[in-house]
Design a protein. Structure first.
Length: 266
């Protein structure tokens, strides 16, 4: 039987400090049980008897640091989440782009890929020109799932039936109970590990940036820093989209509101 390992105040504060320094994620006291639960398996795999031992390892091993970030970054997502954004993409944004212009989209916290492939289905269906999507996340485990593009059938519940038929492939035999994203849209998507709390790599500029349901985990200073890094990557006539529980009021003067949660460059 596994002995319970207590997460002491000092240890929890050290872990909070690390996740903030490395990923910009702010964790209040209510996250203590989550932190303990997600890290306990790692402690037991190393036969550690305290979180202090694990903290020592994670601060000396780049490999374990990535595991730590994977475990503590939040990854709730599903297909066609907050569908009004995709209605706006279809009805307002796409019609503004001529077919002669290539649309570049960045899903900046793409998790396991559901947001990316939702965007891809909408672009594939309604934009007649060329397009490409960059999906990035800090969590390598989630990026691995996104890269495969294979999901349980129950995850298809919110995908419109016509899109499911056209852009997804139902698994058979060993893949029964799963579906895969079709190559006709999957081949237009690229993935990259990017920490939004660090200097960005050379990824070019974008017509649309999705940064949804991420800013709620950051404090004001971190939010401003992230916007200062991302907004310069948005083209002058581009769109910046955040989650319905978020707003950018008072965080940047470089974006103006089109409709709630959707912004354009000033």
């Amino acid at each position: 039987m596994n002995l319970q390992i207590e997460l002491k105040d000092e240890e929890f504060n050290q872990i909070r400090k690390l996740i903030y320094e490395w990923a910009g994620i702010s964790m209040n006291d209510s996250k203590r049980a989550l932190v303990s639960g997600r890290l306990l398996k790692r402690l037991r795999s190393y036969h550690f008897t305290s979180f202090k031992e694990y903290i020592k390892l994670v601060t000396s091993s780049d490999e374990e640091k990535q595991v730590f970030l994977n475990l503590l970054s939040t990854n709730e997502t599903y297909f066609f989440r907050e569908p009004k954004h995709f209605d706006y993409l279809r009805d307002v944004i796409i019609p503004k782009f001529p077919a002669s212009r290539k649309i570049r989209v960045w899903s900046a916290a793409s998790s396991s890929g559901e947001e990316i492939y939702t965007i891809a289905m909408v672009l594939g269906e309604y934009f007649k020109g060329d397009w490409e999507i960059l999906g990035s996340d800090i969590n390598e485990d989630m990026l691995s799932i996104a890269l495969k593009g294979v999901y349980p059938m129950e995850d298809a519940e919110k995908i419109p039936p016509e899109f499911l038929k056209k852009y997804c492939l139902k698994g058979v035999k060993s893949q029964e109970g799963f579906f895969a994203i079709q190559k006709n849209i999957k081949n237009r998507v690229k993935f990259m590990r990017i920490n939004l709390n660090e200097d960005l790599p050379e990824i070019g500029s974008f017509d649309i940036i999705f940064l949804r349901n991420v800013m709620i985990y950051f404090d004001r200073e971190t939010k401003i820093g992230i916007l200062n890094r991302l907004v310069p990557r948005l083209k002058d006539d581009g769109y910046f989209i955040v989650g319905h529980a978020e707003n950018l009021h008072g965080l940047t003067e470089k974006l103006v509101t089109k409709v709630p949660t959707i912004y354009t460059k000033k």
